[in-house]
Ligand binder design. Sequence first.
Ligand SMILES: [Zn+2]
Length: 245
Amino acid sequence: MPLETLPLFRDDAYLRDCEATIVSINDRGGIILDKTVFYATSGGQPGDTGMLLLGGMSVPIAATVQGESKAEIVHVPAAPASLPGAGMAVRAEIDWNRRHRHMRMHTALHLLCSLIPFPVTGGSIGAEESRLDFDISDAGAVDKDELTERLNGLVAADHSVATRWISDEELAENPGLVRTMSVKPPIGTGRVRLVAIGEDGSVDLQPCGGTHVRSTAEIGALAVTKIEKKGRQNRRIRLAFAAPA
Ligand SMILES: [Zn+2]
């Protein structure tokens, strides 16, 4: 039976550490806790790295992934470790500098998404550079410098970033909501987490399970580094943090 880990980062992306208990160690040495601050790789955002501290030991964690179900979060040790089993108390600490860059980048991709009114076909978030792929026809060609300027305008405006949960029913009763969302929410699990940038999602509104910063100013200055043509209709837009002035 798949295990469930309470994902503390979902309600508070700014938690850097927590106390937890080992629930299980899987046959590949992956560590599953009852709760964690480690984000598991999904939706284009890499999983966290960091350290588990237990019984006088420090276990470096090289990756965090989803296990047998989306709700099971597996901490992957950098090297095989012989660990005590279930029931052991641990302290979990993420590499905050790396995660915070992911949060800034992830939020930046929402802004990019809001500026390009075409379907997103793929994407990837990194601590240095990120990208989004759009299904854009030639008529919708975008200019690199203009896009950079508009992105930095949204950053400077310091829009709030908030999350809220809505039920499938609430979504069904408010068809206008789906129209304002750039990504259609996954229906069927009972509830959907929406990420709203700007008042009532005036800048961007979409379902998302990743980690974001609280307001757009925290992203810092951005630069569109490259717009590549991938196939007849696809454009890959690459984004990086602008070098500090
Ligand atoms: Zn997101």
